[in-house]
Design a binder for this molecule. Sequence first.
Ligand code: FNR
Length: 390
Amino acid sequence: QVPHVSLCVRASDFEAAAKATLPNKSWIYASSSANSGASLQGNLDDWSRVSFRPRVLRNVESVEVGTKILGNATPLPFYVSPMGSMGSIHGEGEIEMTKAIVQTGLHGLMSTASTKTTEQIMETYLAEQERRGNGSASKLMFQLYIPTDRQKAIELIRRVKKAGFHSLWITVDTPVLGKRTADRYQQAQEALDVGLEEEEVEPAAELEVETQGGEAPKVSPKIGGRPPPGQLSAKTTWEDLKWIRQEWDRPIILKGVQCAEDAKLAVEYGCQGILLSNHGGRQMHTAPSALMTLCEIRTYAPEALAKLEVFVDGGLRDGADVLKALCLGATAVGVGRPFLYAMAAYGAKGVERCVDVLAEELTTAMRLLGITSLDQVRPELVNARRLLNE
Ligand code: FNR
C-alpha cells in the first residue's frame, strides 16, 4: 500500500513509499549498502552528533536560502546526487529526475551508469528549460566512472562536453565495487530457486556500473555473486587526472574524497572541488561520514577548504542538517536516496515534494538558528565536539 504523497512529511518517509512500490530486486539495488551496513548507519547518525548553537532575538522574518554552486546560482544549498540505473527504479527514471531538476531549479548530477544516454538526458533538460521559458537555474553536471579503456574514456568525456554538461564529477571511491550484502543474498537465493550451484552462476551484471557510457539500457542483472571484471578501472591514479584535464576545460570535482591528505592532493592536481562522500555507505566498510571528513579537513587541511568548493553527501534526511555542513565550511550538500525513493513512488512530482520538505525544514532551521541568509553561516553556530570526541 503506497501512502498518499501528502503523508510524506519528512524526507525519510519516501523510503517506505518506495519499498511499497518497487519490485524486490530494484528495492534491494536502491537501498543496499556495503558489508554490515555500518558506513550507511554512520552517515545517518553523524548528522545528529553535531548540534546547533542558536542565537535568539535576531529578526528572522524574511529568509534567503539561495547560494552558488561552482559559480552558478541555485535556489537551495543542495543538489541531486548521481545514481546509476534509474531505469530499474522507474520506467523513465533519468527523464523523470531531469524534469524534477528543471522544475525545482536544483542542480543535478547524471551518472555514467545511467539507463539513458547523456544526449537523451540533455535533450530532456533543454526541452524542459524551453517549456519553462528558460526560467530554471538548474545545471546538469556529469558523474564520471573512468572507463578501463583510455580511448573509450576520451570518447565519453568528449560526448559529455559536446552535450553541454557543466562540470565533471569524477568518482574516485570505486576502484572496485564494494560488497553489496543485500544484493548477494538476493542473488544467492535466486540461484537456489532455479537450482544452480554457486560455480555455475554467471557473474552478476552490476546495475551501478554496467551501463557505463550512457549506452542502451540493460537493467536486469543476471544471477550471480560477483560483478564482472573490467568495468571499473582499478588502475586509475592521480596522474590520470592530467589527461582528463586535457580533454575537459570546465570544472573538475573529485567525488569520494575521504581524508585530509587527499583533499590536499586535489588542490595540487588543480581540481575545482571535492565531494566528501563514502558513496552512501555502499563502498568502503566503516568509512568516515562526510561530516567526519569535513571536520578532519578543517583541522589538517584548512587550505583545501579555502581553495576548493567542498561538497558533502550521505545520509542527509533533514533540511536542518544542511545548515550544519554549511556552517562547517561546505558549499552544498548532495541528496541521493530520498530523491530516488520519491521518484520510485511518485515520479517527478514526488521529487518536487521531497525538495519542498527539505526546503521548509531548512528555512525554519535558519530562523530558529537566528540567521536570515546563507552568507551568515559560520562554525560558531554549531557544536561538533560530540562528533570529534567519540
Ligand atoms: C549511488 N551513488 C552513485 N555514485 C556515483 O558516483 N555513481 C553512481 O552511479 C552511483 N549510483 C548510485 C546508485 C544508488 C541506488 C545509490 C543509492 C547511490 C552514490 C550517490 O551518488 C551518493 O553518494 C549517495 O547516494 C549519497 O547518500 P544518500 O543521500 O543516498 O544517503
